[in-house]
Design a protein around this ligand. Structure first.
Ligand SMILES: [Zn+2]
Length: 304
């Protein structure tokens, strides 16, 4: 369920900050910093699996998710370049997508909305109605696929396709459904000239696996055989990892901003910079001593 939150003007931001009781000293200094920051149309920031609970003190797997997201927000704001967009790829809420989870999530990401437009997708721990109610004023709903929210971002060097894999809240696997897959084929085929980058919360299950997309078989075929599709970007497994399908499609598993399932794996976010024939991904791990902090993954696009 991708949802677009437009970038806020200084005036709008100040109005909201006053209503929310945000510290007055924070807002002008934030805008002073952002005003001098150069923007880069080829840079995109990715966050995933924030798992924010309404109660800020909530801890899961030994991690306070609110603290993690707050730290990521500070790091993103301090980055020397403003991105074209910030994408948060699902599992925004803690477990069941409660209304309070989204209220808390909205407050935590509010400073980022001064930096760039944000695009949100939903995962299996999100809940559609509660999510919509949390952003009633500025949510842009898409009606392209019934019951699902999809979006296309047209960038200078690539088209991004944001999918909706939320099936049943609280159940691990996800599903796109036939209508969304048909929409995706149609929209990808209508844009043959630029690289297509597909973003979805759930991963693609290989033969015999379960827990990712229930429609993995159809999606793998679709993505691998449309040569303009260069990368599939997902979260869900909480395990930063970049691999490649045998047909040259890049598979990018975003790290969670929240907790990891496997000890030693990094939590954090990713800065992606597109070039003519590929992308460079930089891992920003929250652990400043993690061996993968600053790790660069260079993806080269397969030729069509
Ligand atoms: Zn998750």
């Amino acid at each position: 369920m991708p949802l677009t939150l437009p970038q806020l003007s200084r005036r709008e931001f100040l109005k909201r900050a006053a209503l929310a009781g945000t510290a007055a000293s924070f807002v002008p200094s934030l805008f002073a910093e952002l005003a001098v920051k150069p923007g880069d149309p080829d840079t995109f920031f990715f966050l995933s699996d924030t798992h924010i609970a309404g109660e800020a003190a909530t801890i899961s797997h030994g991690v306070n998710m609110t603290n993690h997201l707050s730290t990521v927000v500070r790091e993103v704001l301090a980055w020397p370049v403003a991105p074209a967009a910030i994408i948060v790829n699902g599992d925004l809420a803690f477990k069941l997508g409660l209304a309070g989870d989204y209220t808390a999530f909205g407050k935590l990401i509010e400073p980022l909305r001064a930096l760039a437009p944000m695009h949100l997708t939903l995962g299996n721990h999100d809940q559609r109605d509660n999510f919509w109610q949390a952003f009633p004023l500025d949510a842009t709903k898409s009606e392209s696929v019934p019951q699902k929210q999809v979006a296309i971002l047209s960038g200078a060097r690539a088209n991004w396709f944001l999918l909706d894999s939320l099936d049943i809240t609280g159940k691990y696997a996800g599903q796109l459904g036939a209508a969304q897959i048909e929409w995706l084929v149609r929209e990808i085929e209508a844009r043959p000239d630029k690289p297509a980058l597909v973003v979805c919360h759930h991963h693609l299950d290989r033969l015999g696996e379960v827990g990712g997309l229930k429609d993995s078989t159809a999606m793998i075929e679709l993505l691998a055989n449309h040569r303009q599709v260069k990368a599939f970007i997902y979260g869900h497994t909480h395990n930063w990892h970049v691999s490649q399908h045998e047909k040259g499609l890049h598979l990018v598993n975003l790290p969670p901003t929240a907790y990891v399932f496997e000890p030693g794996r990094p939590s954090g976010w990713v800065c992606a910079k597109l070039s003519d024939n590929g992308a460079e991904l930089e891992l920003r791990s929250l652990d400043q001593k993690h061996p993968e902090l600053g790790q660069m993954k260079r993806l080269e696009w397969r030729t069509s």
